[in-house]
Each structure stands twice: as C-alpha cells, then as structure tokens.
Design a protein around this ligand. Structure first.
Ligand SMILES: Cc1cc2nc3c(=O)[nH]c(=O)nc-3n(C[C@H](O)[C@H](O)[C@H](O)COP(=O)(O)OP(=O)(O)OC[C@H]3O[C@@H](n4cnc5c(N)ncnc54)[C@H](O)[C@@H]3O)c2cc1C
Length: 289
C-alpha cells in the first residue's frame, strides 16, 4: 500500500526548484510515474511530498538546429518516437524508443524520468551516451552540465542532488560517415532488456574506423562504455575477425550479474553477440553515408 504523502503542483520550473529546495530529503519528483509509482507501491520509496512536474510545458520540447539537438526533460518517449525531425537527423532515437515498453507507458513515461531512474537496463542511456549526450541539471540558484556518461554513479543512483532537477538533454550534431545501431535482447517484446548494445562508428575517407563507441545496457551497475572493444576498431577496415575480437573484449570488460532472468555467463554471451552484430550494422550504415 502506498504511504500517504502531500501532493505539490508547481506552476513553473522556478517554483518546482523552490519546492525541491524547501523539502530536500523529504520530497520526490514525479513525472510520468511509470517507474516511481512501482517503487512506492512496493514500499521501497515513501516520500513525504510528491512534486509533480509532468505538466510543465517549458520542459517539454524537441529542438534541432546547427548546434545539434536539445530535449526537455518532460518530453515523453512517445513524442521522441514520433518526431519526424528526429527520424531524419537522429533516426536511432525513434528506433530505440519504438521498442521501449508499451504505447501506454511511452505516452506517460518521460526521457528525464527514465534517465533519473537510472535503471542500468534502461534503453535511452546507452544510445544517448553513444551520441555524446550531455545533461543539464538545475537547482534554485543555478545550473550545471555534465556528460551523460558521468551522470550514472551506481545501480539506480545518479549525480542528481536532493534539490536538483534534470532539465535538458543535449546531443551534438552527428558527424558525416557515421552509423549508429542499437538492439536489446528481451524475453517479452517491448519490455526492459536483459542486455542491450549500442554501437557507433565514424569512418574516415578511406572507409576505416576513425572513431568507435560501444555502450552496453544491463551489463554493469551503470550503462557501460566498452572501451577495450572500441580501441580494437580504430584505424581498421571492417573484417569479421575484428568484429569477433571487439565482441570478445566487450564480453570480458562488462560486469553483469546473475538473476532470475539470466545468468552472468549468459549475459556475457549476449554482450559478445550483440556487440558484434551492432558494430557490423553501424559500420554498414556509416558506409551508406
Ligand atoms: C511495464 C513497463 C515496461 C517498461 N519497459 C521499459 C523498457 O523497455 N525500456 C526502458 O528503458 N524503460 C522501460 N520502463 C521504464 C519506464 O518507461 C521509464 O523509466 C519511465 O519512462 C520513467 O519516466 P517517468 O516520467 O514515468 O518517471 P517517474 O516514474 O515519474 O520518475 C522516475 C524517477 O525519476 C525521478 N525524476 C523524474 N523526472 C525527473 C527529473 N526531470 N529530474 C530529476 N528526477 C526526476 C523521480 O523522482 C523518480 O525517482 C518500463 C516501465 C514499465 C512500467
């Protein structure tokens, strides 16, 4: 049963930040409620105050210009999935969103809530890290920015302070000759993945890998850059043995757990296979320009 709480509905961002400061340590922000309400129902979280930010239109936007992409924290998964501009300039984001939960959950759940919840098996974080995303965090008296990669500290733990809100995610422009691919392995379609792999490859003019990123989900306490796998690729031509080697490195450097869904060994094998498969796909996409 959910413990009683006081429901607060700020009129704008500044009021929300003031409420967070006033009730720091006793309040939780609620946005779509798709993750928080589960924890509250299980009694794992029992805040005195709930500060609702879902209706704050000033935090709901997808903006694209020559500096890249900016997404407001209360933007829903469904809005990201359906954005025509994103499909054109960052197609991997709608592609990933399409398999995140059900349409109902995508209609309620938000990108800010998903990242702040910090489930290591969440889908958006590895894709956004592969794209080089940053997050903007706001308090009553100012903002700070950090790489999304540094935002995640541990299982369900982020750099957010008690009186801080995640307000925006920004993504730089994608360089030419770059391909990105994402896949998760699930038991039930459109549910949390057991493991996911995102690969991003940028080719030089000769078709060799100038830059590569491999980011794993569900394979460590936080989304994980498989840097050993990335190093294998740089300066090389696409060859089957290279992909094999990168997959093997990723499976060695990840830190998966065993649980009721899959053993540690099974997860490592999934990482090996998915890394290899996503690198091949990202490379082919990069070659197609
Ligand atoms: C059935 C089901 C299936 C799901 N499948 C998937 C899946 O396949 N892939 C996947 O990635 N996720 C999945 N999820 C998780 C879910 O979709 C996301 O975690 C959800 O979108 C979170 O957003 P929200 O707005 O609902 O956050 P809420 O539940 O409102 O909040 C989540 C947490 O973030 C905090 N928070 C919210 N917004 C902010 C903010 N702007 N700044 C600071 N803190 C904030 C809250 O205090 C809370 O701790 C699934 C969920 C369900 C119920």
């Amino acid at each position: 049963m959910i413990k009683d709480f006081r429901y607060l509905r700020p009129q704008d961002l500044q009021e929300a930040l003031g409420m967070l400061r006033e009730h720091a340590g006793e309040a939780k922000v609620i946005c779509g409620g798709q993750s928080l309400l589960i924890l509250m129902r299980q009694g794992l979280v029992a805040p005195e105050y709930l500060i609702d930010i879902k209706h704050l239109e000033e935090l709901s936007y997808i903006r694209l210009d020559e500096d890249g992409l900016r997404i407001g924290a209360t933007t829903t998964h469904r809005a990201l999935e359906k954005s025509k501009e994103l499909a054109e300039r960052y197609p991997i984001i709608p592609e990933m969103e399409e398999t995140l939960a059900s349409i109902q959950t995508r209609n309620w759940g938000t990108i800010g809530g998903n990242l702040s919840h910090a489930d290591p098996a969440g889908d958006p974080a590895p894709v956004l890290i592969a794209l080089g995303a940053k997050v903007k965090l706001a308090k009553a008296d100012g903002t700070r920015e950090m790489a999304l990669e540094d935002f995640f500290l541990d299982y369900f733990e982020t750099a957010l302070e008690e009186d801080e809100l995640l307000v925006e995610i920004s993504v730089p422009p994608v360089p030419a000759r770059t391909g990105v691919a994402f896949e998760k392995f699930t038991i039930i379609g459109c549910d949390m993945g057991i493991v996911s792999a995102t690969a991003r490859v940028t080719l030089d003019e000769g078709g060799r890998a100038a830059e590569a990123r491999v980011v794993l989900g569900g394979a460590a306490p936080t989304p994980l850059r498989a840097k050993g796998a990335e190093e294998v690729l740089v300066g090389e031509d696409l060859r089957e043995e290279l992909l094999e080697e990168a997959g093997r490195k990723a499976s060695e450097e990840c830190e998966p757990i065993s649980d009721i869904h899959a053993s540690e060994g099974y997860r490592r094998e999934l990482v090996r296979v998915l890394t290899k498969r996503m690198l091949r796909k990202a490379w082919q996409r990069a070659a197609q320009g």
